[in-house]
Design a protein. Structure first.
Length: 147
């Protein structure tokens, strides 16, 4: 599936759509930019971003990007996740994800012998002006498929 098609599917997917999450850009599974709108329906008790939505806006992207970039010879899935709240989110926020050749080469090297590789990926969630709201960590399990 083309990245542009998956972007449209994500933007119509009810968990994203009804949380105010929008995939703004998705380039060939190497770059993704996501926006979380702050609205009356997705605020918490103190009128800031609900932490579950902050985590959700980052949830699927590392796994999908690494899987699509490595190809069908690999198994990739989420192993663990965590979020660290830094400041209250009182406006729209953004998250960006980048997968480059150096990262993919490192993963291929670590899994060349058929062993699993566990790797943490951190994603900053920031306002348009750059203020850090939260950092989300996702740990991926990566292994070459056995033949």
């Amino acid at each position: 599936m083309k990245a542009s098609t998956l972007r449209r599917i994500f933007n119509a997917w009810p968990p994203f759509l009804f949380a105010g999450i929008r995939v703004v850009k998705m380039d060939d599974y190497r770059y993704v930019r996501v926006k979380l709108r702050l609205a009356w329906y997705n605020r918490n008790y103190v009128r800031t971003h609900f932490g579950g939505n902050l985590f959700s806006m980052t949830d699927p992207f590392w796994m999908i990007m690494v899987l699509k970039s490595l190809g069908s010879e690999y198994i990739v899935w989420d192993q663990a996740g965590e979020i660290r709240f830094v400041a209250p989110g009182r406006e729209d926020v953004f998250a960006e994800f980048r997968v480059d050749d150096a990262l993919l080469d490192e993963i291929r090297e670590m899994t060349a012998d058929g062993e699993k590789h566990l790797r943490w990926f951190d994603t900053d969630i920031r306002t348009a002006s750059g203020e850090l709201v939260a950092t989300v960590g996702k740990q991926l399990y990566v292994r070459r498929k056995r033949r």
